[in-house]
Design a protein. Structure first.
Length: 552
């Protein structure tokens, strides 16, 4: 998979954010110097802020603001499903609220300065914010919190995908806390100084005259702010209306079907990403970066439908190259299916940023296996009136016998579930033989359990009982789990069905529940037994099964 350097939307977002953050740091740094004096801060203004007011600085900053703002509106329009992580909603909400206060400030300072020739030094600005319109002064504090909070959230969730970030995070956190606090301290200190000066006769009038701030200029600034705020609200409405129009245009398009490894099949809206579809249907899926192709934790393996998929866009291609992804690996946050497909996640929903640094290869293969779930009934009562070590001894004896039955019949111990286990048959053999071996293993487990109960009579108030569910079908088999702790296991609808069949054994006392498909695969005639049918959770189709402990 090849990739070249491109000027992507993600790059525009990151670069524009970095430029604006640099300006905010300089501006707040200038506010910190107000702790020394207003005149000292005015002198420092020439070095910290005035470079941003040159033609080059103005164009650079204005371009960055517009690019970042329009990118946010475009993101709202492009999303087929407005489902975001909590931090994503906070960042988006803060970002859209900032212009409401920022435009008030800019219209009375920079815009008035350019249009009307007013003077926007610290004395005149602080006079307006602290003496003439104190509510604007409060709004400025609120705006500083919004801007810094928006920047801090974005910076954290961008940098946490970097390998070096954990070691630098404490220092960056200290800076993120101290810088705005010191800036506010300087702002309050200078504001109090202006309030004391305003008590002197003629100070306010002379200061307004020096700064060329007339009633007409203040009215013009308020009117300009109102128009700009209305334009801001109109653009947000336009983005939301555009989503509605697009949805109406696409209403006749047939949605794709997405089959997840957990057995669920959901619809994918036209143009939506796989991650959006999973979020819409509340299927947990890893996405550390919030769907921006930075962390690669949302990676999936495409099992079916790969040939009909569009090729990776440059931003996705670069991410896949970085993790050495095979051809069947894609990023769920970037993949927009145009046909039905089947996927299996390559990382757990609880994946951390560090998990995205590993290689994306997954050695799993799709094959027919027989899955067995075994559960120890009444395990919670074992702890009553027993020491923990006594319970551990009983469980050790139980799992020793169950494992021995698996070993004797060629089963693979796949997962330990606390009071039960999952086993696989047929990893490298004939499916018919494997299913017969699973049935033999289940019978051997029951025999061994009877023997164990006789041996533990002095230690048990009542005999240990188990429930067993067996199903055969296609599943993805391979190493799965967090890096460094992977186990050979299987995932898919076959596994889920076997687990739910085991749960049905509670309604058939002591029964081994075998699906009809597994029985037919084993070529064993259970015609003398009643054929049951049940609708299992997560499945639309009912499952037919036999309860082997029952008589005809």
């Amino acid at each position: 998979m090849k990739s070249g350097r491109v000027f992507s939307r993600g790059t525009v977002r990151s670069v524009s954010a970095a430029i604006m953050l640099a300006y905010v740091i300089c501006h707040l740094g200038n506010h910190i110097l107000l702790l020394i004096s207003i005149s000292f801060a005015d002198e420092a203004h020439h070095f910290l802020v005035d470079p941003w007011r040159t033609t080059f600085g103005t164009v650079l900053l204005l371009t960055s603001v517009l690019a970042h703002y329009l990118n946010a509106l475009w993101s709202i329009y492009m999303r087929r499903v407005l489902v975001l992580p909590r931090w994503g909603w906070w960042q988006l909400g803060l970002g859209l609220f900032i212009p409401l206060i920022l435009l008030l400030h800019l219209s009375s300072t920079r815009f008035s300065e350019v249009e009307l020739g007013t003077v926007s030094d610290y004395s005149s600005v602080l006079l307006r914010l602290w003496a003439l319109a104190p509510w604007r002064g409060v709004a400025q504090v609120f705006m500083l919190s919004l801007v810094w909070g928006h920047a801090a959230i974005g910076l954290h969730f961008w940098l946490r995908t970097k390998r070096w970030y954990p070691s630098w995070q404490p220092f960056l956190t200290i800076f993120a806390l101290l810088w705005p606090v010191l800036a506010l301290a300087g702002y309050v200190s200078a504001g109090n100084h202006i309030l004391r000066a305003a008590e002197q006769a003629g100070f306010i009038a002379s200061e307004l005259d020096r700064a060329h701030i007339t009633l007409e200029a203040r009215a013009w600034a308020d009117h300009a702010a109102l128009l700009l705020i209305m334009a801001h609200m109109g653009l947000i409405s336009l983005a939301l209306a555009g989503r509605g129009v697009r949805r109406w245009v696409e209403r006749h398009k047939q949605p794709s079907l997405l089959t997840h490894a957990n057995g669920r099949t959901v619809h994918v809206r036209a143009g939506a990403t796989v991650l959006e579809a999973l979020n819409e249907h509340h299927i947990p899926h890893a996405s550390v970066c919030g769907g921006r192709a930075r962390c690669t934790t949302c990676r999936v393996r495409v099992l079916k439908g790969r040939d009909a998929l569009p090729p990776p866009a440059p931003v996705e291609a670069r991410a896949l190259v970085r993790i050495g992804a095979p051809d069947d690996c894609r990023l769920a946050c970037q993949l927009r299916p145009i046909a039905d497909l089947s996927i299996v996640p390559l990382l757990l929903p609880s994946a951390r940023p560090v998990d995205g640094h590993g290689q994306a290869g997954f050695a799993g293969v799709e094959q027919i296996v027989t899955v067995m779930f075994v559960d120890l009934r009444g395990s919670t009562t074992l702890g009553e009136r027993r020491l923990p070590y006594d319970v551990l001894f009983l469980l050790d004896q139980f799992f020793l016998e169950m494992s021995a039955a698996l070993t004797a019949t060629g089963g693979h111990f796949s997962q330990f579930t606390g009071d039960g286990l999952m086993a696989l048959y047929g990893l490298d053999g004939d499916p018919t033989v494997a299913t017969r071996a699973a049935l033999t293993g289940a019978e051997d487990m029951r025999v061994r359990l009877d023997r164990l109960n006789r041996r533990l009579v002095p230690d048990l108030a009542e005999p240990l009982r188990i429930g067993i569910g067996i199903h055969q079908g296609e599943a993805i088999v391979g190493p799965l789990g967090p890096p460094g702790s992977q186990i050979l296991t299987a995932i898919g609808d076959t596994v889920n069905t076997a687990a739910r069949l085991e749960g049905l054994s509670k309604t058939h006392s002591g029964a081994v529940i075998v699906s009809r498909r597994a029985a037919e695969a084993a070529e064993i005639d259970y015609a003398h037994l009643r054929l049951h049918e049940a609708v299992l959770a997560g499945r639309a189709e009912p499952v037919e099964y036999y309860a082997l402990a029952e008589s005809a």
